[in-house]
Design a protein around this ligand. Structure first.
Ligand code: MG
Length: 270
């Protein structure tokens, strides 16, 4: 989940705090594994949401999306966005179908620390175009991790992310961005997946202790989006599919630590 504006400087985390965030990250990863296993034709999106809510409750974790302020408070623990829906889809009675692209995003707070991640799931056999879109979306996130381990400024990373998406013939969504994360879900800085004048003005250094939720949204067609009348669901204006993937990433002395990975994952400094 994303928000538009953060007024203060990033707060850097100690190795101990990053270790605590990893515990929250492991739980988010477990929740997303559960979502992936449930994302089958015939299942209603609300069923997946309820399973994640039960998992978080059983571990004493606070779901961070439910009640999130907006024109109407967000009503669920996950965002589930299908096909042309980009992000912030509301789980409900919709039945998952063969060929759907499901973007599932969730976040929790465990022992005072937050983690946020999203996956795109291909349900059964999807079209080759959709499959390529998913592969490119995942490559954009992987590119971000690798470049973070070797660059000094976020704008350099964002430039590479944008190039990977655009050279494949796709578009990066520019209305929504990633974010710093820590004791609260949305912290400074804003983390765009593209470079523009605004980022050049507010560029930030990839310092040790920085923790970011990096979440590229890549559209098959144009990058423009609209919000549905439910006040939440973001859709592509041209109705073509979109992908969204996200990890919570910590900049450490050793490299980039993927806090929401299934297994311990560190991309060494290079
Ligand atoms: Mg996020």
């Amino acid at each position: 989940m994303l928000r538009a504006f953060f007024p203060h400087k990033p707060e850097l985390k100690s190795p101990r705090e990053i270790g605590l965030m990893r515990e929250a990250g492991k739980l988010v990863a477990e929740a997303l594994r559960l979502c992936r296993s449930m994302a089958k034709p015939g299942v209603k999106t609300i069923e997946i949401d309820q399973a994640v809510e039960a998992l978080f409750a059983s571990r004493g974790a606070l779901p961070l999306f439910k009640g999130y302020p907006g024109r109407v408070p967000f009503p669920a623990v996950t965002c589930i966005s299908i096909n042309e829906q980009v992000v912030h889809g509301i789980p409900g009675q919709r039945v998952i179908r063969e060929g759907d692209l499901l973007k599932i995003d969730t976040a929790c707070k465990l022992n005072g620390w937050c983690a946020d991640a999203a996956i795109t799931v291909m349900v059964g056999q999807v079209s080759p175009e959709k499959r390529r879109l998913v592969e490119v979306g995942e490559l954009v996130l992987k590119t971000a991790m690798i470049e973070m381990a070797r660059r000094k400024w976020w704008s350099e990373v964002a430039g590479h992310m944008q190039r990977v998406a655009e050279s494949a013939g796709f578009s990066v969504v520019t209305q929504y961005v990633g974010h710093g994360i820590g004791r609260v879900m949305h912290e400074n800085p804003q983390v765009p997946n593209f470079v523009n004048r605004e980022l050049r003005k507010h560029d930030f250094k990839l310092e040790e202790g920085l923790v970011l939720a990096v979440e590229p949204m890549v559209n098959m067609g144009r990058g423009d989006t609209d919000v549905l009348r439910d006040h939440w669901t973001v859709v592509t204006r041209d109705g073509l599919p979109s992908v969204h993937v996200e990890h919570t990433l910590a900049v450490t002395r050793e490299g980039i630590y993927v806090l929401t990975a299934d297994e311990e994952t560190l991309i060494p400094r290079s």
